[in-house]
Design a protein around this ligand. Structure first.
Ligand SMILES: Nc1ncnc2c1ncn2[C@@H]1O[C@H](COP(=O)(O)OP(=O)(O)O)[C@@H](O)[C@H]1O
Ligand SMILES: Cc1cn([C@H]2C[C@H](O)[C@@H](COP(=O)(O)O)O2)c(=O)[nH]c1=O
Length: 256
């Protein structure tokens, strides 16, 4: 069998597109733009975000400047197909494209998903398996947006794992809140050290490389002062230490 006749028998292929960058870079805004253009081309789109993000209503995706779109808030991606219903998800049940076309005419009114957008991808542990299955076997176009790195610039969740099977990768940048230069990183302004900490501009700011390095030094100092407070609770030294943190932070975040 020639390659071109095999091609004709093949099912149409899916796609994976990945959008990464720090917080406030416009990843969610880019997803919304993409949804609009896909819907304008007549394709059915589903939007998924993580149910870990409880900042906004569970049924909407909201950008940092307030744009909204209805979405599914899910704890993991494997529950998507289950919630949506197998018929709606599995646009092509049969291996044969023609029999799908026949089936389609009988399933009127059923929402058949062509494009799946995933926001906050860093929170989904099953990202790799879901994206590969959906694109390779189920012919979906998957558009993934998420943080490539956490506040310590470590790889975040499984986002980097889907770079190899992706068709395209876009790294967006924000504007540094401290100097206006291009911001590649997210600085955490609070002393918490857990990797996952939901928040917006109250907790994080986008920064350039220089302000990331300086800011990390300041925050690490603040964290160790607070850590030392835990050793001797209720002492006068605690208040002095906490006061010091505010002086340092004031100096860094306001004076600079
Ligand atoms: N430091 C900031 N605080 C709040 N909003 C910001 C800040 N920097 C940029 N923004 C706004 O956020 C928008 C991007 O929001 P969004 O698409 O939700 O970003 P992301 O999903 O990458 O976090 C920008 O267009 C800008 O208007
Ligand atoms: C850097 C960093 C961020 N997070 C959280 C904070 C927000 O809830 C989301 C990112 O949302 P966005 O759409 O990209 O603005 O992730 C975190 O948990 N840990 C981190 O290190």
């Amino acid at each position: 069998m020639s390659l071109s006749s095999m091609d004709r028998r093949c099912k149409p292929a899916g796609e994976i597109h990945v959008i990464v960058g720090p917080m406030f870079a416009g990843k969610t805004t880019a997803l919304l733009r993409r949804i609009k253009s896909e819907s304008n081309s007549g394709r059915n789109v589903a939007m998924i975000k993580s149910s870990k993000d409880t900042r906004y209503a569970n049924d909407s995706l909201v950008t940092h400047d307030g744009l909204k779109f209805p979405c599914w808030a899910l704890p993991d991606l494997s529950s998507f197909q289950h919630k949506l219903g197998d018929d709606a998800y599995l646009k092509i049940l049969s291996t044969d494209f023609m029999s799908w076309k026949m089936l389609e005419t009988h399933v009127t009114g059923l929402l058949l998903i062509d494009v799946i957008c995933i926001d906050e991808a860093q929170f989904f542990d099953d990202l790799y398996d879901f994206c590969c299955k959906a694109a390779d076997h189920d012919e979906k176009t998957i558009i993934v947006a998420g943080l490539d790195g956490d506040y310590l610039r470590r790889s975040f969740g499984s986002v980097l794992d889907i770079i190899p099977p992706a068709d395209t990768i876009t790294k967006l940048t924000a504007r540094s809140e401290l100097c206006g230069k291009r911001a590649f990183f997210t600085l955490r302004k609070t002393v918490g050290t857990q990797t996952e900490l939901i928040g917006g501009s109250d907790v994080y700011m986008p920064v350039c490389r220089q302000h990331y390095i300086n800011g990390q030094v300041v925050m690490e100092a603040a964290r160790s002062v607070l850590e030392s407070c835990k050793v001797q609770p209720d002492s006068h030294a605690d208040f002095a230490a906490v006061a010091n943190i505010y002086v340092i932070l004031d100096f860094y975040f306001i004076a600079i």
